[in-house]
Design a protein around this ligand. Sequence first.
Ligand code: DC
Length: 254
Amino acid sequence: MSATRATSQPKQRSTADRTGYTVPSSQEIIITIDGPAGTGKSTVARKLAGRLGLDFLDTGAMYRAAAAIMIDRGIDREEVGELVSTVIGADLHFDWSADPPTILAWDHPIDHRIRADDVTELVSYVATIPELRSHMVRKQRVIFAQHPRLVTEGRDQGSVAFPDAPVKFYLDADPAVRARRRIEQLGLENEVSLDEMCRRIAHRDEVDSTRSDGPLICPEDAIVLDTSGLSIEGVIDAMERAVRERVAALIDLE
Ligand code: DC
């Protein structure tokens, strides 16, 4: 699948002169953002998409939905075939009228379920199942075909799902910074110590980056940003500059 598609509409460059930048509406583009948990990826991806006038896809929500389905339908770890066929039958999709888009299974919203502790516990395992990953990647490509101006965020978006993406980012940060952010994000200040969260994050990193299929890796052509000492706005500014340069080059190539 081609990750950028030229359109027959006229070239537009004037937006690059404004403060703030919107990708020209004639430009179809996919921007991938990968990296481990706690790097600010989701927040940054959503805000970057909003700033650039693009849609935003949270692929972690798809794996979380699969984990929620597994728990709620009482499917055991040995029943991989049953899990995969149930998830396929659930026809996971997003309600794009919501901001951020919400995820549905069997046409029912399951957003309320996917950030629960039991789901977070199980999701790394679910994300190791190759048949499930290939199903999710297929769905992500269909979503891009339907939303051809997209910022997509996950672990394998630049490496597996959209290797031809013209702009790829890889976000990273110090483990302690990531653990602190995770505690704040989940409101667990009084429940989980920094050490415990560091341990949980290290475990998830290990599972995510050592699985055989679609492991978390930094794509060779990705722009790497260490977000440890940066504010969210600082990260987005740096990304916006990179996208602006890349889009200008793409328009020149047309
Ligand atoms: O980003 P997150 O915490 O919502 O991701 C949930 C899990 O799904 C995490 O273990 C990584 C996995 N994941 C994945 O394997 N591939 C993706 N494209 C997105 C998430």
